[in-house]
Write a protein of this length. Structure first.
Length: 137
């Protein structure tokens, strides 16, 4: 009986400690790669030309989910408070199009403008750029 205990006890302990399905780095990496998708942005640069100070520019950057998994955009941020991006709230399914709306307020802005929008998602998104010239009113 004692011999049997010496044989079974180490097996029970080692099975609990070394469960390969739980929290292994390899399994976490595999899960992460499974949620990655791909995106194609139709035009990552919008040149609004020349506008007068105080004008508001609105533009939608359009993109397509070209991957195999839903595209989930978790955050959008702009290089300046004068530029406000708006992300889609729902995941973009494979093959579907989406858009990121951007509003630029040129009040108290003058000269050449280059406003960058960074998109955080489960795909590699290029940086979006809104550019143009603001003339003093």
């Amino acid at each position: 009986m004692r011999k049997l205990l010496y044989i079974i006890l180490p097996l029970l302990i080692s099975c609990q400690i070394r469960d390969p399905k739980k929290n292994s780095i390899d399994n976490l990496a595999k899960q992460d790669s499974l949620t990655q998708t791909q995106v194609m942005v139709y035009d990552s640069v919008y040149d609004f030309g020349t506008i007068k100070e105080g004008d508001i520019v609105e533009f939608s950057f359009k993109f397509k989910n070209t991957g195999k998994y839903p595209l989930i955009i978790t955050n959008t941020s702009a290089s300046c408070g004068c530029t406000v991006p708006e992300k889609p709230e729902e995941p973009i399914q494979p093959g579907n199009d989406g858009e990121i709306k951007v509003k630029f307020n040129s009040s108290r802005r003058e000269g050449n403008m280059n406003k960058h929008v960074v998109v955080t998602s489960n795909a590699t998104f290029p940086q979006l750029l809104l550019k143009g010239t603001v003339e003093k009113q």
